[in-house]
Design a protein around this ligand. Structure first.
Ligand SMILES: [Zn+2]
Length: 332
């Protein structure tokens, strides 16, 4: 039913009317990994992306980098029509090896947000440690004491068991989250790996440079992926400005745009937004799922998760999701 509606909505006349009603908008898409649980490339997901990108090209949409979007805003231009921005978060090896060439093959630039200490091999993001622990434990439930002293039981029976504990950890003190991981490994009776496990391997700096040569952009996404809203002022500054400095040292030609870790409105504060605004960074993105519209805050532009089926992609790419949002705000 939904599929037929969306396809009908994208036929010429409804689309013509819909676009006029929707006004100006631009979707920013966010991709993550394209591997399965065992770390191997996931052919179904990759094919789904290829189908979406083929449609994108056949229908004559344009893709620009996030930096280009901010530059066009600076020039006072309206949001470009029938245009989208594609971004990829964190900096895993598969994102360079699979997504880089896939998007370059369609002449679509990706903006990669990389965790700089991850690319340096100094750490694996705390939320990926959590995934690793839950994949490797033999326990059915793990009792832990969260960094704020609260007792919490991780139940491994539901399909995405990391979600409740990740949410709890996002609102706990994040200054010492990496030390706290020792407690998590102990409680789960999993040995903490000395090096980053192969399935979680980052891209290396050489791959990052090659991506820039392919036409993609690399931008900062903090040093350690800790939740900015739960950090001290100094730590938050180090995360944002430090990752930008690291990147400039390592990658001449990197892109001055920023993405907040995990990116929901509660994951960063006006303080963090101000740190970005007062820096040479041109703007930033969140993960609030909306299209960009005129008047949006350029230091917290929304992004949609990249759909893994064509009909959802059509819906988010064009006017349909914009009109849905307008209708929702009329009703509320
Ligand atoms: Zn991230």
């Amino acid at each position: 039913m939904k599929q037929q509606l969306v396809r009908w909505g994208m036929s010429p006349l409804p689309r013509w009317i819909g676009r006029r009603l929707a006004g100006s908008f631009l979707p920013i898409f966010m991709l993550h990994r394209c591997t399965d649980d065992s770390g191997r490339p996931d052919p179904r997901q990759i094919q789904a992306f290829r189908d979406c990108l083929s449609y994108f090209r056949q229908q004559g949409y344009q893709a620009i980098s996030l930096q280009q979007l901010f530059e066009s805003m600076d020039a006072g231009e309206p949001l470009p029509e029938r245009t989208a921005v594609f971004t990829v978060d964190d900096g895993f090896h598969d994102q360079a090896e699979i997504l880089g060439p896939l998007f370059a093959g369609f002449d679509i630039p990706l903006t990669y947000f990389v965790i700089t200490d991850f690319l340096e091999g100094k750490l694996l993001s705390w939320d990926d440690h959590l995934l690793y622990v839950l994949e490797h434990t033999n326990l059915e439930s793990i009792p832990v004491t969260l960094p704020n002293g609260q007792d919490f039981v991780i139940d491994l029976s539901p399909p995405k068991p990391h979600r409740p504990v990740r949410e709890a950890l996002k609102s706990a003190d994040q200054n010492r989250i990496y030390d706290w991981l020792d407690h998590l490994y102990d409680a789960a009776r999993v040995e903490r790996p000395e090096d980053i496990p192969d399935t979680y391997r980052p891209m290396n700096w050489q791959q990052a440079r090659a991506l820039i040569e392919q036409g993609h952009a690399i931008a900062p996404h903090t040093r350690s992926h800790r939740i900015l809203s739960q950090l001290s002022d100094e730590e938050a500054r180090q995360e944002i400005l430090g990752s930008w400095e690291d990147l400039q040292r390592k990658l001449p030609g990197c892109s001055p745009v920023f993405a907040y870790p995990t990116g929901r409105n509660t994951d960063f504060t006006p303080r963090d937004r101000k740190i970005v605004e007062d820096s040479p960074l041109l703007g930033a993105v969140s993960t609030e799922p909306n299209p960009v519209q005129p008047g949006d805050d350029r230091y917290a532009l929304p992004r949609f998760g990249m759909p893994t089926n064509l009909v959802d992609f059509m819906q988010y790419l064009d006017y349909i999701e914009v009109l849905k949002g307008k209708l929702r705000s009329l009703i509320n």
